[in-house]
Design a protein. Structure first.
Length: 402
């Protein structure tokens, strides 16, 4: 344990040094102005996501205790961002420890119905409901249990190891999206979701309404349990972007949904018409997003055809402009009234390093920078073929072009 502690202290000391640098202080201010739609330049970020396993391998970690090994992984991620990727991802002196929460499932029985062929490839769900009219009667709202003892033990371990070097605090979310559709597909499958829009619209509306209410119950539970934490600082939010803002916060220490960035998407339904989105999807997302202080929308799906509905979201601030979006149309729709969160095509970095295609993609995007409040975020990088240096090469190219 003493050896683990020394390893963590060395890493935490390096993080603290980086966090106190003039560059990180400057980045904090830039992100705040950017999120307030007053940025001076496009912000450039990389989210290694799936390729972290190629960057930080199990054999590279040194701590033996499983909990401290997790802390080590977190600290090494921060260092890799700052020292190797060198993008606009800010590194602060904060160290987040999550609340430990246990949850029931929608149905009795096992909840692991995902089938994969590899840890990086596609997957599908084994349907848990075949008949909507019967299946709806079996559904149960998820119930959360706050494991206070485990939460406090994790916090105390981090505090004891490096609390004099970093600001240890509870931080972390209990969901990623209020989009609903991923959870629906988990139960009935993608094919049934789309077919039921024609064959069984009444029961599909009932299912969507149930999931709206279920998600509302979930976020209300989090609020009542006191396990919400802010996401208004160096937090990665939505489908990309950093949370720094002075517009959100909880001065009295009691965090509510109105103090948080909110987010929804429906990338799985990219194949349905805008009208179907407006009928079956958006009406069930909107009441959830109304609960949050500032909202983001979209991930991998093009959202320009859905703008008629999405633009109704209150306090909407950040829109994802995916590789499959018409970026010129999105620039016209968003202008400088929203954050234009551009996601370049990751395949140019994941499978080889297609320099000509990367340059073309970034150059075309840069032509829209003056008319938008832009951020450029390389994500969905599920592999870099064990060449993590590609990530910094992409950043260098982006900086030259922007």
């Amino acid at each position: 344990m003493n050896q683990d502690r020394e390893i963590l202290r060395q890493l935490a000391g390096r993080v603290a040094g980086i966090a106190s640098s003039d560059r990180m202080k400057k980045l904090e201010g830039e992100w705040k102005r950017h999120n307030a739609l007053q940025g001076e330049r496009p912000m450039i970020c990389v989210s290694p996501e799936g390729c972290w396993r190629e960057i930080l391998r199990e054999e590279d970690l040194q701590c033996q205790d499983p909990l401290l090994r997790g802390f080590e992984y977190n600290l090494r991620q921060k260092l890799f961002w700052a020292e190797e990727i060198r993008d606009d991802t800010p590194i602060s002196a904060n160290f987040g420890v999550p609340y430990i929460i246990h949850s029931t499932f929608y149905l009795d029985g096992p909840d692991d119905n995902q089938e994969r062929v590899s840890d990086t490839g596609s997957f599908h769900y084994t349907k848990l409901i075949d008949d909507l009219s019967e299946g709806l009667e079996k559904l149960k709202f998820r119930q959360l249990t706050y494991d206070k003892a485990a939460s406090e033990a994790g916090f105390a371990a981090a505090q004891e190891a490096f609390g004099d070097l970093l600001n240890v605090r509870y931080r972390g979310g209990h969901w990623w999206t209020m989009g609903i559709t991923a959870e629906v597909i988990r139960l009935i499958g993608m094919e049934d979701l789309m077919i039921d829009m024609y064959d069984d619209p009444e029961n599909l509306h009932r299912l969507m309404a149930w999931f709206r209410d279920e998600h509302m119950n979930l976020i209300t539970q989090c609020e009542k349990l006191g396990i919400l934490t802010l996401n208004n600082e160096d937090d990665i939010i939505a489908s990309g972007g950093i949370g720094y803002t002075d517009e959100l916060g909880a001065p009295d220490g009691k965090v509510t949904l109105q103090d948080l960035w909110g987010f929804a998407e429906s990338q799985e339904t990219v194949g349905i018409s805008p009208q179907m989105f407006g009928e079956f999807i958006f009406p069930y997302q909107l009441p959830l997003l109304e609960k949050f202080g500032i909202n983001c929308y979209g991930c991998c799906e093009p959202v320009e055809m859905r703008w008629k509905w999405i633009s109704q979201i209150p306090r909407l601030r950040r829109l994802s402009v995916s590789p499959w979006s018409n970026k010129e149309e999105m620039a016209e729709l968003l202008g400088k009234n929203y954050i234009f969160s551009r996601k370049p095509n990751p395949s140019y970095v994941c499978m080889g390093f297609a320099e000509d295609e990367i340059r073309k993609d970034l150059t075309e995007t840069a032509q829209l920078a003056d008319q938008t409040c832009m951020e450029v975020i390389l994500k969905d990088t599920h592999t870099v073929e064990n060449h993590p240096e590609r990530l910094h090469r992409w950043v260098e190219m982006a900086r030259r072009i922007f």
